[in-house]
Write a protein that binds this ligand. Structure first.
Ligand SMILES: [Zn+2]
Length: 311
């Protein structure tokens, strides 16, 4: 294993606190160009120019986390390399030019904590008192459909009834600003009736099982032409993909989540009503994750050499 991913792993295993994750985000930004694999799309001169423009390694700041619950140490076994999963399938042998835009980008980081009725603890037992594996092991992508501000307002409104509660761990505005809304060690209510490869946990006799107990949820703010129920819209900004890659990279490293366990609300939904995130381009996320991991994505098999980049 090469240097920088190893450094990130060590950094995360030693400093697992919430605030430290934000600092890790800064580190990732600084390391972006360093971990890039030179390709046909970016000459060494271009890479040097990117490096010269990197920002000072000042830690990114956000509002302090009011909950301060220390994450439970995870000791997941290393996963077998596999090509299963959409982000693995979207990997390319060469890193596309757009992914290098991350090197010049420092996302603004904010927090707008959800009301405590809209999230809970990661429970150790299900509704029948049976022990369940509550280790964080899945990343679920969403879109807000409404504006980011509407979603935040909803999360900050008390919802005493279980069926009204909803939240994500983070959302990403159109300009790439990251807004954290639920601490990652807590259970956000991002996917109601849901299952991932048969994994689902049920807590309420009146409600179906869900992936929330072991999932992290992140949502992209929809474009204006996506604030309805049509199947497609104009998609997400490059800055949104940049910030999404940084969050996903932090979570993959911090919680040992392999690439084949990145999924969507549409894929885990059991109600038949969810399509999000619509118009999502997996290749744009895959390319950025490859840039942060020396051309590969942990938990995915290496891309076929010679297929060519089409980003
Ligand atoms: Zn969703």
């Amino acid at each position: 294993m090469s240097g920088f991913p190893r450094i990130l792993q060590l950094f995360n295993s030693r400093w697992r606190g919430w605030g430290q994750l934000l600092v890790t985000g800064c580190l990732l930004l600084v390391l972006t160009a360093c971990t890039a694999t030179p390709s046909a799309d970016a000459s060494e001169a271009e890479l040097a120019a990117i490096l010269a423009q990197l920002p000072d390694p000042t830690p990114l700041t956000g509002e302090p986390n009011p909950f301060k619950t220390p994450p439970v140490p995870r000791n997941l076994p290393p996963t077998r390399a596999t090509a299963v999963g959409p982000v693995c399938q979207a990997m390319q042998p060469a890193i596309g030019r757009e992914a290098y835009s991350m090197a010049n980008f420092r996302p603004e980081i904010r927090s707008a904590w959800a009301h405590p009725t809209n999230f809970g603890d990661r429970a150790a037992v299900d509704r029948n008192g049976q022990p369940v594996d509550n280790r964080i092991s899945l990343i679920v992508l969403h879109e807000t459909v409404a504006s980011a501000d509407s979603a935040i307002n909803f999360f900050q409104t008390p919802h005493p009834r279980d069926e009204d509660q909803a939240s994500y761990h983070a959302l990403i505005r159109r300009n790439g600003t990251i807004v954290y809304t639920v601490p990652p060690d807590k259970r956000a209510f991002g996917a109601g009736s849901s299952s991932f490869r048969g994994e689902s946990v049920r807590f309420n006799a009146k409600l179906p099982g869900s992936v929330n107990n072991f999932a992290l949820h992140v949502s992209l703010e929809s474009p204006r032409d996506g604030r309805d129920n049509r199947r497609r819209h104009s998609g997400y900004t490059a800055r949104q993909y940049d910030s999404l890659a940084l969050i996903v990279q932090q979570w993959m490293t911090g919680y040992t989540i392999p690439g084949d366990r990145i999924t969507t609300h549409a894929a885990v939904d059991q109600s038949g009503s969810r399509m999000d995130p619509r118009s999502f381009q997996w290749q744009r996320l895959a390319q950025r994750l490859q840039l942060l991991n020396e051309g590969t994505i942990p938990g995915c098999a290496d891309p076929d050499v010679g297929a060519g980049s089409s980003l």
